[in-house]
Design a protein around this ligand. Structure first.
Ligand SMILES: [Zn+2]
Length: 311
C-alpha cells in the first residue's frame, strides 16, 4: 500500500511563535497543518481525515464559526483541499471509497462533502457527542453545515476490539485491509480515534490526529508544548484525564518502539514535512502509476466537484 501525506489547508493562528514554536515572533501568525493521509489499497483509495473542503473555501463564514476563523485564519486555497490534491496527483477522486475520520471538529470534517460516494467511518461516541451540541464551544467546533454525507456514516462501537501495542479496543474496518486500524484515543473528544497503518516494510505509521499537537510532546527527555497549543488543547479537551493518559502512552510508544511505530499528529508542521518530504504549503507532486478503479457506475462528481475538470 502506498501512503501519501496531504496538508489540507494550513491554519495561521494568532500568537505566532507561542503556538507553533517556529514562527519568528508572537506578533506574526503561526503555522499549523491539517495533516491527512491518502492510502492506495488494492480495492480503493482510503482517505484519513479530510481537512477543510471546497465549500469551506467558497463560503467560510456560512460554514465555520467566526470564533475559530478569527483564531486560526485558515489559508483557504482551493488547490490545497483534499479533492484538488488527489486530482493533481493523478487519481480519480471517485476512487476514494472510504474515509476514516479521527473526529468531527471542523478542521477535520470539512472535506467530507466533497466525497459524497464514500463510506465514512468514525467511532459512534464521536457522532453522538458532536451531535448533542451541548455547549457554546461545541456549537463553534462541530458544524452540521459540513455533514451532508450523514447517510454514509458508519458508526463503530469499540466493543471488545483487540490489543495493538498496548492500545485496546482497536478496530479493523470491514471492507478495508487488516493493515488499517482505528485506535480509540479518547480525550480531545469523546469519540476521538487515531489510525494505524502497517506499511509494506512491516513497520507502522500511527496518525494520532489531535491526541497531541506539538512534536515536543513526544520528546523522550523533556516532553514540552508551546504555551499557545497547551492552552488550545486544554480549551478543546473533553476528558482531561484520558487525554493526558493517552499522550503519555503515545510518548512511551514512540520512544520504546520507535523502530516499529512512527507516531505523528495532525497539526505539527515539522512532523508533516518530515513525512511528506516537501514544504507543508507546496503543491503535491504527481504520482507515478496512480491506482485507478475501472468502474464508476452511478458515481457522479458532486456539483461542487464538477465546477472544474480534474487537473
Ligand atoms: Zn484538529
Amino acid at each position: 500500500m502506498r501512503i501519501h501525506h496531504l496538508n489540507c489547508i494550513s491554519s495561521c493562528p494568532v500568537g505566532g511563535r507561542l503556538m507553533d514554536g517556529i514562527s519568528p515572533s508572537v506578533l506574526q501568525r503561526g503555522h499549523l497543518t491539517c495533516h491527512c493521509l491518502l492510502i492506495e489499497t488494492a480495492e480503493s483509495l482510503v482517505l484519513v481525515d479530510t481537512g477543510y473542503g471546497l465549500k469551506d473555501v467558497a463560503d467560510p463564514h456560512g460554514r465555520l464559526s467566526e470564533f475559530f476563523l478569527t483564531q486560526l485564519k485558515p489559508d483557504f486555497r482551493e488547490e490545497m483541499t483534499a479533492i484538488r490534491q488527489i486530482e493533481r496527483m493523478g487519481f480519480d477522486p471517485r476512487d476514494v471509497r472510504h474515509i476514516l475520520l479521527s473526529h468531527l471538529d471542523f478542521d477535520h470534517a470539512g472535506g467530507l462533502d466533497d466525497f459524497p460516494w464514500a463510506q465514512v467511518h468514525m467511532l459512534r461516541a464521536e457522532e453522538i457527542n458532536a451531535t448533542l451540541q451541548k455547549t457554546w464551544l461545541d456549537r463553534q467546533r462541530f458544524r452540521p453545515q459540513q455533514w451532508s454525507t450523514r447517510k454514509n456514516w458508519n458508526l463503530h462501537d469499540p466493543g471488545e476490539g483487540y490489543n495493538w501495542f498496548g492500545f485496546d479496543k482497536v478496530q479493523a474496518i470491514e471492507g478495508l485491509p487488516p493493515e488499517i486500524l482505528m485506535v480509540p484515543l479518547i480525550g480531545h473528544m469523546l469519540g476521538h480515534a487515531g489510525v494505524a497503518i502497517q506499511r509494506d516494510s512491516g513497520s507502522w505509521l500511527f496518525y494520532a490526529a489531535d491526541a497531541y499537537f506539538y512534536h515536543g510532546e513526544m520528546d523522550s527527555e523533556r516532553p514540552h508544548c508551546t504555551p499557545g497549543l497547551e492552552l488550545y488543547q486544554t480549551m478543546m479537551e473533553k476528558n482531561r484525564k484520558s487525554r493526558l493518559w493517552n499522550q503519555k502512552r503515545l510518548r512511551e510508544l514512540s520512544i520504546e518502539r520507535s523502530s516499529e511505530v512512527d507516531v505523528f499528529c495532525a497539526h505539527d508542521v515539522i512532523e508533516f514535512e518530515r513525512h511528506a518530504h516537501r514544504s507543508a504549503d507546496s503543491e503535491v507532486p504527481r504520482v507515478k502509476n496512480p491506482m485507478r478503479l475501472e468502474h464508476h457506475t452511478g458515481i457522479q462528481l458532486s456539483p461542487w466537484s464538477e465546477d472544474r475538470p480534474p487537473i
